[in-house]
Design a protein around this ligand. Structure first.
Ligand code: PGA
Length: 251
């Protein structure tokens, strides 16, 4: 069975209500639905109650950028996965490199978040990736191996088939520098082998692994043509309707 292809737009801390609404209405008009393709947008948390209306009657799915690993209680400033579910989110990111570097999220925390999302019926999109120094040292695969293993250790077995992974080399995020299709596919195959070792063939073959890091219309087709790249996590280019529509059309 073909794996699901996911094209995800990570809006990060951008767009106010009017801009978000305008962007979604253009996307709704211009995106062609295709078999096996899922389009997901990840707006800021405060936009989610509006985005549920913008995306109603469309195939665009909603995701959140972050939620707490705790279920509820005295966690000032946090958002619960339970609330996200109520707001119509089917996905939530975990372990984006900006959360790791700016907010100290460790692999353990990322795994705990993923487990909490799963308990609420939300699909975690777990981001892993190496820094430039790690890439240049030649040890990047062992960095990825460690990240995947520690995250996996936090998640119960029943959750394994429900995970989505994203390989996002930190040096390619927001830099305009994309991993080549070969560089990306090498890591995707490595992640899939690791999933195979930890969770078995069936889970590994069915798991979607997205690439993220300066994905744009000019490189989308090449990336998506790779054997083990099952979609894209798009930052900057997801804020412009033309670019995001072209990226989706590249599939
Ligand atoms: P970028 O961001 O496409 O702007 O590089 C990707 C991401 O951070 O998910």
């Amino acid at each position: 069975m073909a794996r699901k292809v996911i094209i995800a737009g990570n809006w990060k801390m951008n767009l106010l209500p009017l801009q978000g609404e305008e962007l979604v209405s253009e996307l709704k008009e211009r995106i062609e639905s295709k078999e096996n393709l899922e389009v997901v947008i990840f707006p800021q948390t405060g936009l989610l109650p509006l985005a549920i209306d913008w995306t109603i009657d469309s195939a665009i799915q909603l995701g959140a950028q972050n939620a707490s690993s705790a279920l509820s209680g005295a966690y000032t400033g946090e958002t619960s996965a339970d609330l996200l579910k109520t707001l119509g989110c089917s996905y939530c990111l975990a372990g984006h490199s900006e959360r790791r570097s700016l907010y100290g999220e460790t692999d353990e925390i990322v795994g705990q978040k993923a487990e909490t999302y799963l308990s609420m019926g939300i699909t975690p999109v777990i981001c892993v990736g190496e820094s430039l120094a790690e890439r240049e040292s030649g040890k990047f695969l062992s960095v990825i191996e460690n990240q995947v293993k520690i995250v996996f250790d936090q998640i119960s077995k029943e959750g394994w088939p429900k995970l989505v992974w994203a390989y996002e080399p930190v040096w390619a995020i927001g830099t305009g520098k994309t991993a080549t299709a070969d560089q990306a596919n090498e890591v995707h195959q490595f992640i899939r082998r690791q999933i195979q070792n930890l969770a078995g063939d069936i889970v590994a073959n069915a798991t979607s692994i997205l690439y993220g890091g300066s994905a744009k219309p000019s490189n989308a087709a090449d990336l998506l043509a790779q054997t083990d790249i099952d979609g894209l996590l798009v930052g900057g280019a997801s804020l412009k309707a033309d670019d995001f529509v072209d990226i989706i059309a590249a599939f």
